[in-house]
Design a protein around this ligand. Structure first.
Ligand code: ZN
Length: 338
């Protein structure tokens, strides 16, 4: 397939992908063995099918179960340094991504407090620095994910760590994870405001598994600079207008939405994208879980182009919006990578 104009020729930006699902399976396999972690299978082929969810229909539940295994494998300083290094350097080498913001939850990588959180975070930052020394054209910043399943006090610790390491390459915070009974966005307003007052940026997973009402509530409640997914807004003109008014960019993930089933089929996804784009909502494309979904950003863009969802000119516009919506700010004090 000809990818001219989308691959080596054009630098790309990716703002929404999770470290847990971004490390290539063979690297994760090696890291697991180095650490003596018991895997679900001793056969590499079976393991590969497991970590890439290689079966016809995957569910939201399958998706989050898999996160658990990859997070366990990444739960040591050695594993984290290598994981972050491989993801950043690989994204540049394979996809010419010159600006990227991988996210992860440090609290899911310290084996319930057995490992020191700072050691895990510093290892991740060291992995990023190694990749950036090798490829100085790349700019990268890490986003810390809070999780709906964690108690607020644990999420607060993650925000404090993000603030602590803001001058080392942590650029923002996010909320991810499946809906949880006890979770209330209202309880996160002060944490989001604190993060922003410290110069960090904020995003949130919304308008994906939740409906448009959930997304409307999030936008009303939390001070956010960008949105992960958010495609549910396409049925709600007032919500789209609010997104435009607040100059927010939606970080969409075609393969992820289609494989998990949030978008029914390609036609449905096209309807979503065209409605948002034609209304004037800024969108950009991302992989969410590239290693698990066996995808990368050029493949996602080729999908959008080849199914006539957007034209090449329109895709180039979304790439520009991705660069514009980056949390890596040249005015951020102490950012080593600018
Ligand atoms: Zn995501």
């Amino acid at each position: 397939m000809e990818l001219k104009g989308l691959m080596r020729h054009e630098p790309l930006a990716e703002l929404h992908f999770h470290l847990g699902q971004s490390v290539e399976p063979h690297i994760l396999w090696a890291i697991a063995h180095e650490q003596g972690i018991k895997l679900p299978s001793k056969s590499y082929d079976e393991y590969f099918d497991f970590v890439t969810l290689n079966k016809p229909d995957i569910t939201w539940d399958d998706y989050h179960k898999l996160f658990h295994l990859t997070e366990l494998i990444q739960s040591s300083p050695i594993a984290m340094e290598r994981a972050v290094y491989e993801v950043i350097s690989g994204a540049y080498r394979v996809s010419n991504i010159t600006l990227m913001e991988p996210s992860f939850n440090p609290m899911f990588r310290n084996r319930q407090g057995e490992r020191d959180l700072d050691s895990i975070i510093l290892a991740a930052l060291r992995g990023m620095e190694r990749a950036l020394v090798e490829f100085p054209v790349v700019r990268a910043g890490i986003i810390f994910s809070l999780d709906r399943r964690l108690p607020r006090e644990h999420n607060e610790i993650i925000v404090k760590k993000a603030i602590k390491y803001k001058n080392r390459g942590v650029v923002g915070i996010d909320i991810a994870g499946p809906a949880a009974e006890a979770f209330r966005y209202e309880e996160y307003v002060d944490l989001y405001e604190r993060a922003r007052s410290e110069g960090l940026k904020t995003t949130v997973h919304t308008g994906e598994d939740g409906d448009a009402a959930e997304m409307r509530h999030v936008l009303k409640t939390l001070p956010v600079d960008r949105i992960n997914h958010g495609f549910r807004a396409y049925t709600e003109p007032d919500l789209m207008d609010e997104i435009i008014k607040r100059n927010l960019t939606l970080c969409l993930c075609p393969s992820s939405n289609l494989r998990i089933g949030f978008a029914r089929d390609t036609e449905h996804f096209k309807e979503i994208v065209r409605t948002l784009y034609d209304r004037g909502v800024k969108i950009c494309f991302n992989t969410d879980s590239p290693s698990m979904l066996r995808t990368n950003l050029p493949k996602e863009l080729a999908f959008v182009r080849d199914h006539n969802i957007l034209s090449e000119t329109e895709i180039a516009q979304t790439t520009k919006w991705a660069f514009d919506a980056s949390f890596i700010d040249r005015s951020t004090p102490g950012n080593l990578y600018l």
